[in-house]
Write a protein that binds this ligand. Sequence first.
Ligand code: HEM
Length: 506
Amino acid sequence: MIDLRIDGTSVWIAAVAAAVAVVLLLFKQKSRGITDTASLQRPPLVDESPETGVPDQGNVRDNWLARRKRYGNVFRMVEPTGGSGVYVGDALALKDVIEQPEHFDIGPLHIFAAPMWGISETTGNWLAREGGGINVKHSSHLFSGSRLASLQQRFVDAVQRQFERMQPGATSDLFQQLRVCFFQSTVEALFTKSFPEGQYASFCIWDAELNAFSRGCPPPEALTARDSFFNIVLQQIDEHLSECSLQVRELMADLEQKHGVSHRDAVAICVRTTWLGSTQSPLSGAWIISLLLQQPNMVQRLRTEIDTFRKSTGAPKTVGEIAANPDLLKGDNLPLLDNIVNEVLRVYSAQNVPRFCLQDAVVRTLGPNNTIVPMQLKQGDVLQLLFWNVHDSQHNPQWWPEQQGKGIKYNGALEPFDETRFETDRRPAPFKIGGETVRTWTPFGFGMRVCPGRYWAVAEIKAFCLLFLDRFDVSSAGPMPRPDPQRWIGVLNVLDPLPATVSLRA
Ligand code: HEM
């Protein structure tokens, strides 16, 4: 997931703005034929909000909330560095952006972000043009159907190996332990069982520095961490390709043979996909178990749900067999688990993805009483699409109504956790405006750039949860850890440890 933070220290946006001239040149040809709003009656520019407009709140999350309170769901922010970005958290404006890829593209941003994964300038340019779309489309194919099933089986085998090694009886930071297990299982599933252990701490150092890589000045320790991860992936591919997942083998073959990407760059694109698959999912897995430990009654209900389902499947299946089969994990079979995963994605996953405005364009935003307020975006604007803002139940109670007595607001979370809001009769529906349908639930984005790993993400989070509950009991769990308000945008990082003792279930 693309994690571009809006903290005061970030000069990412400034770097992008400074390079706009280059990008515009690159995209001159592409922009031909796009309607220029000069010929239309111009709606107002997205409000310009001077940096001084809202006092610094001390962390990324509270800065965002204060700005939203003052400027609404779509606003231009002038960063302390002088660069500017437009934050789009309005359901209708998001639709307009996503559905006009000819106006709003992620492509140019690939050029700046390429060093994050060791992608060369040439391939960064290819990704910025046709390569980005090709890669997302091919990845969607790789992470679905029978290919997904084989990857999921590898993931489940890897989780079981990890869980076998967990020390029952010891008290430790369970949140951290779970993240590590999930991460290791992900890389073993994608590559091989011999993927060296102990990489997660270094991965996190690198993962936190997308902004710095994008502006060309990563800290030395992040560069070392990236290179170390890159070299392990390179070694896995060069020395054990036949043992790697279908996903890795087919991605490499497609990039090298069909698109003429160099071997090193094909590896770098694999590194990028692995990174995208290893940032959010391990955190989501750890958040879900942490939440369950706060609600023993929910654990009991989940165990009953899985037992009932196991027995209903003709020849009874083991939990491992169910966890390895993405079809069996679907919401119709295990509705409580499905609702919990959705609510984790809603409350503990603050989605933020960037787009670049290729040509002056108008987007519609929602005004009071279902009115439509058009706003103008300028060529060169860097947009941050905030899907999570639409999911915010406190901010949008019309789509996410609360029910008396339901939901628990945990320490540091912005809103109550209430998995019942995804039950059939409460499930969020898209809303209609003038006969047009607008989405209100998009944890993986939508349209041409929708997350190609979404089915795997959901299947692996569910499998991780089921395998854990099947194998372990937990005692003396500490309180729910708080999400880190400084690392707000992207799936939420954790601020506190979760001390807990695991024991094997009888
Ligand atoms: C909880 C887990 C995850 C969440 C919430 C998530 C969410 C997202 C979102 C919101 C986007 C951007 C969509 C857009 O630009 O409009 C995205 C892109 C992407 N995700 Fe995921 N994702 C998750 C897990 C995964 C996994 C497991 C993989 C695969 C290993 C993956 C691979 C990708 C790729 C390849 C892209 C496309 C980036 C591009 O445009 O080139 N994601 N994801």
